[in-house]
Write a protein that binds this ligand. Structure first.
Ligand SMILES: [Zn+2]
Length: 272
C-alpha cells in the first residue's frame, strides 16, 4: 500500500489544491497523512474572534475536512504562527519537514510548488521551499544525523506532486470527475473559511461595481452554492484541457526523473 504525505501551511490548503486527487488516492487504499505547519490563527474576518479561538476552530475543521477526503490516520500540526512562516529560518522548517518525511515515510509527497509564480502568501512560499528541500535530501544520512537517535532512518521520497494557484510546467492532470463532490464536501467542513470566502467575494463584487446578486445577496452561512460554483468552474477549466469533466493539475516529479532517461521508464505505473 502506498503512503502519501501532504505538507501544507494551512488548514484548508490540501482540500483546495488537491482534495479530489487525495480522495481518489484514499479510494485506492493509500495511507494518507497531512502535516499543517501553522496554527491558522489569523484566518478570520470576524473582529469578534480572537487568535486562540480561531486556531482551535480551524484545527477541528482541518481534522473534519481531512476525514471527509479519507486522510487516515490523520493530521499533525507543527504549531508555527500563521502569516509569519517566512520568519522561521529555512533550516529549521526544513528539519521539521525532513523529520516528518522520516517519520511517516511516504512514497508520494504533495506540497506547494516553490517555483510557481505569483504566490502572494509567504506561508505557502516558505513551506513549499522547506518541504521540497527536505524531500530532496531526506535519504542523505548526514542531513540531520541526530534523527537516528529518535529511531528515524533516512528515507527516499519517490514521487512529488506540486500544486500552485498559477501552475508552471504542469505535467499531470488527475481526473477528479468522481471526486468533485467529495472535494466540495471536504471544503465545506471548513465552515469559518467558507464563510470568509463568501465575504471576500462580496467585497470583491462590491469594489468592482458589478451587479451580481448571486454573490452580493448570498448569506455567508449558506456558503455551499458559491463554493460549488467556484470549485466546479475551476476544476472544469482544468479538466477540459485533458478531456475530463473535472480535473486537478500538478507539476509532478517522480523517481528522480528516470522516466526521461531509463529505457521503459515512460511505462512506469500511474495509479491516478
Ligand atoms: Zn494557505
Amino acid at each position: 500500500m502506498k503512503r502519501v504525505l501532504v505538507i501544507v501551511a494551512h488548514a484548508d490548503d490540501m482540500e483546495f489544491m488537491a482534495g479530489g486527487t487525495i480522495a481518489k488516492m484514499a479510494g485506492l487504499g493509500y495511507d494518507i497523512r497531512e502535516v499543517i505547519a501553522t496554527n491558522n490563527e489569523r484566518g478570520t474576518l470576524d473582529p469578534a474572534w480572537d487568535a486562540r479561538f480561531t486556531a482551535e476552530t480551524r484545527r477541528e475543521e482541518a481534522r473534519r475536512g481531512a476525514a471527509v477526503l479519507g486522510v487516515d490516520p490523520g493530521v499533525e500540526f507543527l504549531g508555527y504562527e500563521d502569516g509569519r512562516l517566512s520568519e522561521t529560518p529555512l533550516n529549521e522548517l526544513r528539519e521539521r519537514c525532513m523529520r516528518a518525511l522520516r517519520t511517516h515515510r511516504p512514497d508520494v509527497l504533495f506540497t506547494w510548488d516553490p517555483f510557481a509564480p505569483y504566490e502572494e502568501h509567504g506561508d505557502h512560499r516558505s513551506i513549499a521551499l522547506a518541504a521540497t528541500e527536505a524531500a530532496s535530501f531526506s535519504h542523505f544520512p548526514l542531513y540531520h544525523p541526530e534523527h537516528a537517535q529518535d529511531g528515524l532512518a533516512p528515507h527516499y521520497v519517490g514521487e512529488r506532486y506540486f500544486f500552485a494557484k498559477s501552475p508552471r510546467d504542469a505535467n499531470k492532470t488527475v481526473d477528479i470527475s468522481e471526486q468533485i463532490d467529495r472535494k466540495i464536501d471536504a471544503l465545506c467542513e471548513h465552515v469559518c473559511q467558507m464563510e470568509m470566502t463568501v465575504m471576500e467575494a462580496q467585497a470583491a463584487v462590491a469594489a468592482s461595481g458589478l451587479d451580481v446578486p448571486f454573490v452580493s445577496d448570498a448569506d455567508p452561512t449558506d456558503y455551499r452554492p458559491l463554493i460549488e460554483a467556484q470549485i466546479n468552474a475551476w476544476a472544469a477549466s482544468v479538466g477540459k484541457r485533458a478531456g475530463f469533466a473535472y480535473g486537478e493539475e500538478f507539476r509532478r516529479q517522480r523517481f528522480g526523473g528516470m522516466e526521461r532517461w531509463l529505457p521503459g521508464g515512460e511505462g512506469l505505473p500511474d495509479d491516478v
